[in-house]
Design a protein around this ligand. Structure first.
Ligand SMILES: Nc1ncnc2c1ncn2[C@@H]1O[C@H](COP(=O)(O)OP(=O)(O)OP(=O)(O)O)[C@@H](O)[C@H]1O
Length: 259
């Protein structure tokens, strides 16, 4: 039997000292879905991403990705399985070129062996050329190829955010986790980002989970939305259901306006 289920989070929780940052969270994602994870500041959204990517080990519950239990896996092992992410605070290699930032991500998965790289055997050059070509193709999709030799730190802010996504994609994930991709963007940049997310999802056959405070973006592109508050899921449903959910409205009172 083939299953459409890609990610399953069952009764997951984590405790830091006395603080239950996340508790009893149940979520699932089917292949190809674009799902939002929202909630007020400190609700546990990034902590959930950290558990999905092996940065933190849950103290309770089970996370299964593509039929495999993620328990005990390190972040690089989770990336290899097919989960990539971006960070709330941009984490690029600021003193590397735009091209090298993407190549570093691609490199982790490169097929040629370490030995052939060290001794610069013909395989290494073939691998390197292929990686250059692939990485430039990625950059084109993001409108970043014109900046390929620029240092990442010199890119305009909105472009740095795009480069983060390009870099996450270079690792060839099945599941892409975006942590506040529109943070700090102006409305026009956010609009372009929405188009880009829709495009890459289709182009790369991705499943996407995104954390975002920009409700226009979340409501505009997500099919389903999970809402966290004080570490617990208080709602899940379509954008329309979430917009009208009294618990959600209450959690957000005085924080944001849900359009
Ligand atoms: N390593 C840690 N040690 C102790 N407490 C932590 C740790 N990581 C997160 N927390 C706490 O867990 C709670 C949830 O934080 P988290 O960053 O996941 O919230 P968030 O929903 O992503 O918030 P924001 O929207 O502001 O980014 C907070 O109270 C935070 O202080």
């Amino acid at each position: 039997m083939t299953s459409n289920l890609l990610l399953q989070v069952e009764n997951v929780g984590i405790q830091f000292g006395g603080l239950k940052a996340v508790q009893n969270v149940n979520m699932h994602m089917n292949k190809g879905e674009l799902v939002g994870l929202i909630g007020p500041n400190g609700a546990g959204k990034t902590t959930t991403f950290n558990m999905l990517t092996g940065v933190y080990q849950p103290t309770e519950g089970v996370i299964t990705f593509d039929g495999k239990n993620l328990k005990g896996l390190k972040p690089y092992q989770v990336t290899k399985l097919g989960i990539s992410r971006t960070f709330q605070n941009i984490r690029l290699f600021k003193d590397l070129s735009v091209l090298d930032n993407v190549k570093v991500a691609n490199h982790n998965l490169a097929k040629h062996s370490i030995l052939s790289s060290i001794f610069r055997l013909p395989n290494h050059f073939k691998g390197e050329e292929k990686m250059d070509r692939e990485s430039i193709e990625f950059l084109k999709i993001f409108g970043l190829d014109v900046y390929k030799d620029e240092l990442a730190k010199n890119l305009p802010y909105g472009m740095q955010r795009r480069l983060e996504i390009a870099r996450a994609l270079a690792a060839k994930p099945q599941l892409l986790l975006l942590d506040e991709p529109a943070a700090g963007m102006n409305p026009q940049e956010t609009h372009h980002l929405m188009e880009l997310i829709a495009f890459i999802r289709k182009e790369f056959d991705l499943t996407i989970l995104l954390i975002e405070h920009d409700m226009h973006l979340v409501m505009g592109i997500c099919e389903r939305i999970y809402v966290l508050d004080h570490g617990q899921l208080i709602a899940d449903g379509t954008p329309e259901e979430i917009r009208n959910n009294p618990k959600v409205i209450e959690a957000y009172l005085g924080e944001e306006v849900i359009e």
